[in-house]
Ligand binder design. Structure first.
Ligand code: SF4
Length: 220
């Protein structure tokens, strides 16, 4: 039976207006989560708890379990001419089979850039699929880490690290730092530090930085 509802949503306050995204419910689809990221997860608050959004995330999970998920996603990406797709504003690669469906999408949509942040690198059965994704030219793979997970070792080729800072005295490392809201006004500890997501700094916020006009995570 034909499905009229779209798998991809377009834009939000963080992404800007031109980046498509596909999302799942947070926590239950995040097998590699740390207790730290779960405790500060933005996708457990605010609009993610509004009825229509929750319903949509549950619907997306059901679609992701269908055997035709990859085929439907490929056809939607092409039909919409999506140039950039963020996989999972909320949620994660919850199983090897699901990750394999996305790998198939990435391989068939060369003209589209896909990017994602994931803690499923901590899940032994999913990690090999992520490594294959990271080797593709049109994919930007970020492994999410924090003081609880430590850095991924060894870091697969093509993967960068997004570090979550939740306390002012947390060490910061990796290629990009996301700062939990309460620590954003505090100075970073030390010199020679990785880039802080500009949309989370007061200056970037004032200047209207979003992922579309920043591009740090998906351009190169
Ligand atoms: S660094 Fe730029 S592209 Fe990456 S999450 Fe922040 S605003 Fe978006």
């Amino acid at each position: 039976m034909a499905t009229l509802r779209a798998l991809l949503a377009l834009g939000n306050a963080k992404l800007g207006t031109a980046i498509h995204h596909f999302d799942l419910e947070a926590v239950s689809t995040c097998p590699g989560r740390s207790s730290l990221c779960e405790s500060v997860c933005y996708a457990r608050r605010g609009r993610f708890h509004v009825g229509p959004v929750r319903n949509r995330l549950r619907w997306c999970l059901r679609q992701s379990r269908r055997t035709d998920f990859a085929d439907r996603m490929v056809s939607e990406v092409r039909r919409k001419g999506a140039l950039v797709v963020r996989v999972h504003v909320s949620g994660d690669f919850y199983a090897r089979e699901y990750a394999a469906q996305w790998l198939s999408v990435f391989r068939r949509c060369h003209a589209t850039t896909f990017y994602f942040y994931t803690r499923s690198w901590r899940v032994a059965e999913v990690a090999p699929v992520l490594e294959q994704m990271a080797g593709l030219e049109n994919v930007r793979a970020w492994y999410s880490a924090d003081v609880e997970t430590g850095l991924p070792e060894p870091l697969p080729k093509g993967v960068r690290v997004a570090w979550l800072q939740t306390a002012a005295d947390d060490p910061v490392t990796g290629d990009l730092v996301f700062r939990d809201r309460p620590v954003r006004p505090t100075p970073l500890p030390g010199f020679g530090l990785p880039v802080v997501c500009p949309s989370e700094t007061p200056v970037g916020h004032r200047q209207g930085v979003n992922c579309g006009n920043c591009g740090h995570c998906w351009r190169a």
